[in-house]
Design a protein. Structure first.
Lengths: 265, 279
């Protein structure tokens, strides 16, 4: 169940977006998050909408996975919509119901902010849906590489991330095993009052922590035995390749930015 | 006579927090191309030996020489290139997110150019018959398969020696068989010296030579047939003798005429079914 939560994210498919370099995807996401704030009228929001659906279409990711990404935040979006609706007091009154007055500007702001939310979530989930975690790690390492000059431990961070990713399923399996072992000893994880259930987590967490520390130590020894001594003089096996698609995608985003600046009010 | 590739001279070692010596002036040679099994029960010093051979710990006294180079703080990285290690827990030595990434880990550490890495990774995985699993993630592999990947990771670095530190003890019988077959095939094929540290005498029976450790000292060394002939002594040392040896013993007690003390089950079976016609 937990495994699906993290690994069910990546949807393998043969699409242009899947083939893109993780570096260009990360750059695009970063820029997109910035330029979405340029949109402030109907034309600009339509432009951003077209762009978002253009990328979604290219990715060939089935709609149900995108919906899966939206589901947890729908309530948050609704709440902000309602807040905008009731608390913006500009423009002409559209609707009156007792003391409650809904203004034109309120509806507009509510729709805009909800759209902004939706587009942001769609684009960011597109990243995790079309890029494996290890590709994201490699992309981040490459993009942050200049920070090495200011002694930021880029290689160590990337290695830590990739080792964590590698051990998540292992620790999941172990959690499952410990849970079964403790259930056999009479611990109840799924029922009972809330306080009892919190207490039941302790006999699960402690063995898990103990074994994780042991694993870490053994892994460190194994790494050392295989000649690991930090990032200096290391070569990379996984290759990142920047293709024409990546350049074109960046250019499309630049064009979008220019259009947004031209059409915003 | 073969050249010793590793030699230990009067090596002693004591852990910081213990009063007992883990190793007491141990000396022996390991020859090029042989399969040496170091056996002993828990606390006999056999695991300490593995750590010393790979420079994970340094002896307080004595010296270890690996193909002409004395092991110390300066030569340790050079020596680690010559000695590959496979550890006990298959999961805790798998660094990469996929099989090929893991095999490449050691190569990346050595700064091998990428084109060569790709070649070596493929080559090493072929040798352990795991080439079909290039992009597999570790949690989808069996213990035996993970250990074979670990062996591939060692092979890719082209060492002269491979140390198996209880490498089969967490595997099921099939996984154990897979791993040992792989190691045997590699040792036959080229001059790879195998040191297997184990408490499993079935595994040790496959070796060319055995060293029995007890209380931090070399108790006995010799070919497996010699070692297994000291049946009672082995049991007293806390070691369980292989089933086929026990079987042979029991048959002799029943008055069956078995001239040799047999090692493998296969040899025993052959001896039994031919014994009648020999008479």
């Amino acid at each position: 169940m937990m495994e699906k939560m993290i690994f069910g994210r990546y949807v393998p498919a043969d699409s242009l977006i899947h083939k893109m370099d993780p570096r260009s995807k990360l750059i695009i996401i970063f820029l997109f998050v910035c330029i979405i704030f340029l949109a402030n009228n109907w034309i600009t929001y339509v432009l951003i909408g077209i762009y978002t659906f253009f990328l979604l279409g290219l990715s060939k990711v089935p709609a149900k996975f995108l919906y899966g990404g939206l589901k947890p935040v729908i309530w948050l979006v609704l709440l902000t919509f309602i807040m905008q609706l009731f608390f913006t007091k500009e423009g002409s009154v559209v609707f009156t119901w007792g003391p409650v007055k809904i203004y034109e500007e309120g509806i507009k702001m509510g729709v805009f902010i909800s759209l902004r939310f939706f587009f942001l979530i769609l684009i960011t989930s597109l990243l995790t849906l079309t890029t494996t975690p290890i590709e994201i790690t490699d992309g981040l390492e490459a993009l942050l590489n200049p920070l090495k000059k200011v002694r930021f431990p880029v290689h160590e961070m990337a290695l830590m991330m990739s080792i964590s990713l590698r051990f998540i399923p292992t620790l999941m399996q172990e959690t499952d095993k410990i849970m079964k072992a403790q259930t056999a000893r009479g611990v109840e994880f799924a029922s009972g009052p809330f306080k009892e259930r919190i207490k039941a987590v302790i006999p699960l967490l402690i063995p898990l922590f103990v074994s994780s520390f042991k694993r870490a130590e053994e892994l460190a020894i194994a790494m050392e035995a295989r000649g690991y001594r930090g990032g200096e003089g290391r070569t990379k096996y996984r290759l990142l390749s920047w293709g024409a698609v990546d350049t074109i995608q960046i250019l499309i985003l630049v064009v979008l930015t220019v259009l947004l600046i031209l059409f915003r009010s | 006579m073969k050249q010793p590739i590793v030699s230990l001279k009067e090596v002693s070692f004591q852990y910081d927090e213990q009063d007992r010596m883990a190793l007491k002036s141990v000396s022996f040679d390991i020859y090029e191309g042989e399969w040496l099994a170091i056996v002993g029960h828990n606390g006999s010093g056999k695991s300490t030996m593995a750590k010393l051979l790979n420079g994970l710990q340094f002896p307080q006294q004595g010296e270890i020489v690996v193909s002409g180079t004395k092991l110390n703080e300066e030569t340790i990285w050079e020596i680690r290139r010559k000695i590959g290690m496979v550890f006990q827990n298959p999961d805790n030595q798998f660094v990469g997110t996929t099989v090929q990434d893991d095999v490449a880990f050691g190569l990346e550490n050595m700064g091998i150019p990428r084109e060569e890495m790709v070649e070596r990774v493929k080559d090493a995985l072929k040798k352990v018959k795991m080439e079909a699993f290039l992009d597999q993630e570790p949690h989808h592999l069996s213990g035996g398969q993970k250990q074979r990947v670990a062996i591939a990771g060692v092979l890719a670095l082209r060492p002269a020696i491979i140390i198996l530190d209880e490498a089969t003890s967490m595997l099921d019988p099939r996984g154990r068989e897979e791993v040992l077959e792989t190691v045997r095939a590699l040792q036959d094929e080229k001059l790879l010296t195998v040191i297997s540290i184990t408490h499993d005498l079935e595994e040790a029976a496959k070796a060319d030579r055995m060293i029995v450790m007890n209380k931090g000292e070399v108790y006995r060394q010799g070919i497996p047939a010699e070692i297994f002939s000291m049946e009672e002594e082995l049991i007293q040392l806390g070691l369980d003798i292989p089933f086929s040896v026990k079987m042979g013993q029991a048959l002799r007690l029943q008055g069956v005429n078995l001239p040799n003390r047999y090692l493998s089950e296969e040899e025993l079976v052959t001896e039994i079914w031919t014994s009648h016609s020999k008479r």
